[in-house]
Design a protein. Structure first.
Length: 129
């Protein structure tokens, strides 16, 4: 019985530590670089905006997410701007009332997909900073 309690505490502490690492990596501004459907032929990679001389109208057509420490998020979807809140529980990212599954999160890369959607749509973001 003692071993079970000790193992539960160890796994609980490790789980909390992993979740806080996810939250730390999530904070910042992310730009959408690829959006894929469940069918390979539907892959539509987006182009990155690296040139400083491009017009502001093209910059507004980017899709970005800005995660803040206070659990608020600023969303710019091709010029349409929204403020909302987010929550991270294990590998489930909730933005507003929509749930997503985090597939991969690294220092400069975020990939998530729709949870329970009809299609397996994936979104890949690159950190901007």
């Amino acid at each position: 019985m003692r071993i079970l309690i000790i193992l539960t505490l160890i796994f609980g502490i490790n789980s909390c530590k992993a979740q806080s690492e996810y939250k730390d990596k999530l904070i910042g501004k992310w730009i959408l670089i690829a959006e894929t459907d469940s069918f390979d032929e539907d892959i539509e990679p987006l182009t990155e905006n690296n040139s400083e001389s491009e017009s502001d109208s093209k910059t507004e057509l980017e899709s970005t997410l800005t995660f803040n420490i206070d659990k608020s998020i600023f969303i710019n979807q091709q010029g349409n701007e929204y403020n909302s809140t987010y929550k991270l529980t294990d590998s489930i990212l909730t933005i507003g009332n929509r749930n997503y599954i985090i597939v991969e999160i690294a220092k400069n890369k975020l990939i998530y997909k729709n949870k329970g959607g009809l299609f397996d749509k994936r979104y890949e973001y690159k950190k901007v900073e």
